[in-house]
Design a protein around this ligand. Structure first.
Ligand code: CNA
Length: 240
């Protein structure tokens, strides 16, 4: 396929590559995304509340039981394994060519695959803390908990993930901006580019090698230099 050969060529000639990804990077690991046909949003149309509402900070405060029921059932995949997309990106970092993985995912799969410089824009399900005393808890504690997870001090233990209505960690956002604005090549994959400010990061790239790898169209297709409309794991396996 012509697009894959171009991608391969650009990967060979670039030394400062940055990857920006989303939930589509992990669908080949069995974790549903939000906006695909088989994603969480379509599945939950029948449910009482839309997922954006359940995963918002005000909902977490007003209906914590429902929040945690949804969160534990739909957002935690402790047995998921990295797929070829995660593995090939880790390989590219080891070669010294990939400078950063910027991800909207909260599943830790890039780290499991061996990537070191991972900027988690939306946090991680593996980190949790008590809202009262700050005590930290592992994912296993959240999974084993019944109903609302409670700290030994009695406080509610929340995941260190960015809920709707919350702001992103400013240092991580700055690091992402710095990486993207100086990148020679930017690969954006497995994201619908619907969620801001993450999607807006693409606007800080000033080079001429913006590659979009996505199964469906995105709002940024017009500005891309190369579009590959296939599964990202398969694409990266062929190209790297
Ligand atoms: P999204 O809006 O669900 O978009 C995913 C995009 O990826 C869609 O455009 C799909 O067409 C595309 N896609 C799905 N599978 C593949 C594939 N194998 N190859 C290529 N393209 C594919 O998800 P975004 O990440 O854009 O939205 C941001 C939300 C989703 C963030 O806040 C995440 O935290 C949240 N999320 C994360 C996870 C996770 O950590 N794995 C899972 C579900 C949702």
């Amino acid at each position: 396929m012509k697009e894959i050969s171009v991608l391969k060529e650009w990967l060979n000639e670039s030394r400062d590559i940055v990857f920006l990804g989303g939930a589509g990077v992990s669908t080949e690991s069995g974790i549903p995304d939000f906006r695909s046909a088989e994603g969480l949003y379509s599945e939950n149309i029948k449910q009482q509340y839309p997922p954006e509402e359940v995963l918002s900070y005000s909902f977490f405060l007003s209906q914590p039981e429902y929040f945690f029921e949804f969160y534990k059932a739909k957002m935690l995949f402790p047995d998921a394994l990295p797929n070829m997309a995660h593995k090939k990106l880790a390989e590219l970092e080891k070669q010294g060519k990939l400078k950063a993985v910027i991800t909207q995912n909260i599943d830790n799969l890039h780290q499991k695959a061996g990537s070191n410089n991972v900027l988690e824009l939306h946090g991680s399900v593996y980190r949790n803390y008590c809202l009262e005393c700050g005590k930290k808890y592992h994912l296993d504690f959240m999974i084993a908990s019944e109903g609302i997870p409670r700290c030994s001090c009695g406080g509610v233990v929340r995941p260190d993930v960015v809920m709707y209505e919350e702001s992103l960690n400013q240092q991580i956002l700055r690091d992402a901006l710095t990486a993207i604005s100086s990148a020679e090549m930017l690969i954006v994959g497995g994201t619908s580019l619907n969620v801001y400010p993450a999607a807006g990061l693409v606007n800080y790239y000033h080079g001429d090698k913006l590659v979009l790898i996505n199964r469906s169209q995105t709002a940024f297709d017009r500005v891309a230099n190369l579009i590959v409309s296939q599964n990202i794991g398969e694409v990266l396996e062929k190209a790297i």
